[in-house]
Design a protein. Structure first.
Length: 701
């Protein structure tokens, strides 16, 4: 057994172990499953390559090489699925748009290898003096090689865009995964291009695949240890592939690969080509890891600054980039994402997070982060009293506070009393966001690579960015308040139209009643009168149910109430109107000072919406509980759900609805009632899986 065969078996073993390790940590998630499927194909391919390398006669080699080719045909499609889903919070939306292309990447090479094998190769395998088996390509082999190259390019393009949209800790977690998988498909582009160039394939490249697979496994293992559940969330826009560098690099590669092959043959000999290519791929992977290192970039900045006695930052360029990135953003989430990504990239911090204040909550509300997910941040201590105390401690501090090495007397005490919150949110530095003497929020940063501290220039730049961010957030808040005022004005105008329609219906009914004594004996008149009354009543009932939602402000008359009883009464009142029975899980929540009649409107509206969203076999649940001084009411359904964009941008706003005949004022009215109680309403929803609305009300007083 020669070294190439051992290398192939070793690559198969290591790859299998790595796949099992990754999928065992989170077997239910989609991304690890895609990863495990791709790794399983690589394991089978490596094992079949070993069998082909061991072949002693042409028929045996042809048998194993065909099996290896069929498996290799499935690799681009499988890894394309992984590249579309890895690290992307909106991967379902992306997969839906790419589904036909994924099928084509899977089907075309597989069909060529399975059904057109006779045209895939031209003649039996042959062996040149001093070399391994070779196989001449037929026309189907040429097309197969082109299809593999196209699929590999799509995989690398998607991985490139995922890396490009990542910053800070997210980039630190995923960069070795992307370099490793990119190398796997880079070597396939190399092998397929050589096959087209020389009109043949050979066993030498099987050993090259195994060697690169081992190197890629090493890099993927590092990334798997950094990102243990493959749950890095990066949001990519719809046009994320329009400006890719991959096409340019592949074009340059095809020019260079011919030169490399020619030089290797002239100077060293054709047998050295696989070894030359392997060393080239090792050098490229090492260079990529080095260029993506944050500490290397920061050292380069400091070296240039000292050498040329220039400031560490080009402030005009930084400010121009900040303005360009944030000036057109119209939502707090988008602004926060742009700010944390820019700060992370500029200051080379793995974790940068943005938190804002909200009048109806005691604590901070998560906006964006380069390391934290929204689900995780919602349960952190910083979202409670610890966040309010952090903002209070930072309020009169002009410069960012270093909780790891500050000399101020209050910092050690604060760090000790809030150690869990600071560690949980990865806070080394924090700076208050203030605008017009109003508290807007807090920006927090972790340490850098190798825990290098922020310099005076770094802190000055951070303070300036924080001030501008606070001003932008205040502008968005004021704009939102103005939009709400306009929406309320529109509601009032709309109510005037309703009143006009009601008046017309009243006049119509009045006319019928006036003529009734005169024409009562006429059957045709009675028939028309009954029809007019019935239609008018239906219209009046419909409009009246909607008009109750159009008041400018909900009047709340709180009294001590039992939330469980209110829920029970609301469900009972809707019996026969809902598609399925409601499942209740009540937590003995009583003693609340709330307006029971208004809360019944909230619960009834949420239940009716849930019923509209589900199918006949769906499920609706209602639960109540107490915790952290808040009473919680949760209404869940297994219906159609809502898109992330609709939840963030349009939900709870007047005239915004997903119902074909809805008016979009029900949830707006619910939010108004809940906020009038001093509470808040939150939602979790996913398209195709359902929604959960949570109402938080102040606890016992």
């Amino acid at each position: 057994m020669n070294i190439s065969v051992l290398l192939a078996y070793l690559a198969a073993t290591v790859t299998a172990a790595l796949a099992v390790y990754v999928v065992s940590r989170d077997p239910k998630s989609v991304v690890p499953r895609f990863f495990a499927a791709g790794m399983a194909l690589l394991v089978i391919e490596a094992a079949l390559s070993a069998m082909a390398l061991r072949s002693a006669d042409p028929e045996e080699f042809l048998l194993w090489y065909r099996a290896k080719t069929i498996v290799a045909s499935l690799l681009p499609g499988c890894w394309l699925l992984f590249s579309l889903a890895y690290g992307r919070v909106n991967y379902r939306e992306i997969l839906t748009r790419w589904i036909y292309l994924v099928i084509a990447v899977w089907a075309i090479p597989a069909a060529l290898a399975v059904f057109l094998w006779g045209d895939w190769h031209a003649g039996p395998p042959f062996m040149e003096p001093g070399s391994r088996w070779h196989l001449a390509l037929g026309w189907a082999g040429y097309v197969w090689s082109l299809a593999v190259i196209a699929g590999a390019i799509l995989v690398v393009m998607n991985l490139e865009q995922t890396l490009r949209h990542s910053t800070g800790r997210k980039r630190w977690q995923i960069k070795f995964m992307i370099i490793g998988v990119g190398a796997l498909f880079g070597v396939r582009i190399y092998n397929s291009s050589l096959a087209i160039l020389y009109s043949q394939v050979g066993a030498d490249n099987l050993a090259l695949n195994a060697a690169v697979l081992l190197m890629a496994d090493t890099l993927i293992a590092v990334s798997a240890l950094r990102d243990r559940e493959m749950k890095v969330d990066i949001y990519l826009s719809h046009t994320f592939l329009y400006n890719s560098m991959t096409i340019i690099l592949v074009g340059a590669y095809f020019i260079g690969v011919g030169l490399l092959a020619w030089l290797a043959q002239v100077w060293i000999g054709s047998r050295s080509l696989p070894m030359t290519a392997f060393l080239l791929f090792v050098a490229i992977m090492g260079l990529g890891a080095l260029l993506l290192s944050g500490s290397v970039r920061m050292k380069r900045k400091h070296f240039v600054s000292r050498l040329f006695e220039r400031p560490l930052y080009d402030y005009r360029q930084v400010w121009a980039e900040f303005t360009e990135a944030t000036s057109t953003l119209s939502t707090t989430k988008d602004l926060g994402s742009a700010v944390v990504n820019m700060v992370s990239e500029t200051l080379d911090c793995l974790s940068v997070s943005l938190w804002v204040t909200e009048e109806s909550r005691d604590g901070l509300v998560f906006v964006a982060s380069t390391a934290l997910t929204e689900e995780r941040a919602r349960t952190m201590k910083l979202a409670g009293q610890d966040g309010a105390e952090l903002l209070l401690a930072l309020w009169d501090r002009e410069m960012p506070v270093d909780f790891g090495g500050a000399r101020e007397e209050w910092v050690p005490d604060f760090r000790e009393s809030h150690a869990a919150a600071l560690e949980e949110a990865r806070i080394r530095y924090a700076v208050a966001l203030r605008a017009a003497t109003r508290p807007i929020g807090v920006m927090t940063l972790s340490g850098r690579n190798r825990d290098a501290p922020l310099t005076a220039q770094d802190q000055e730049l951070l303070r300036t960015i924080a001030d501008q961010t606070a001003s932008s957030l205040l502008r968005l808040r004021l704009a939102d308040q103005l939009n709400r005022a306009k929406a309320l004005e529109a509601l009032q105008t709309m109510s005037a139209f309703f009143m006009h329609d009601l008046k017309n219906l009243g006049s119509k009914l009045s006319l019928v009643m006036q003529n009734l004594p005169v024409h009562f004996e006429n059957p045709e008149f009675r028939k028309d009168a009954i029809r007019s009354v019935t239609q008018s009543v239906e219209k009046i009932n419909s409009m009246c149910s909607r008009l109750t939602l159009l008041s400018e402000r909900s009047r709340v008359l709180p009294r001590e109430s039992n939330l469980d009883r209110i829920v029970t009464d609301s469900v009972k009142n809707l019996e026969g109107l809902l598609k399925v029975p409601v499942q209740c899980s009540l937590g003995r929540v009583h003693g609340l000072h709330i307006d029971g009649e208004q809360m019944q409107k909230v619960i009834g509206n949420l239940l009716l919406n849930a019923s509209d969203a589900i199918a006949e076999d769906g499920k609706i649940t209602v639960a109540t509980s107490m915790g952290d001084g808040w009473a919680q009411l949760a209404v869940s359904d297994t219906g159609c759900g809502m898109s992330r964009e609709f939840v963030q941008e349009r939900l709870f706003r007047p005239f915004q609805t997903t119902k074909p005949k809805g008016m979009g004022i029900g949830l707006f009215h619910c939010k108004t009632i809940v906020e009038a109680h001093g509470g808040r309403i939150e939602v979790e929803s996913e398209e195709g899986k359902g929604s959960t609305f949570r109402v938080f009300l102040p606890g016992k007083r």
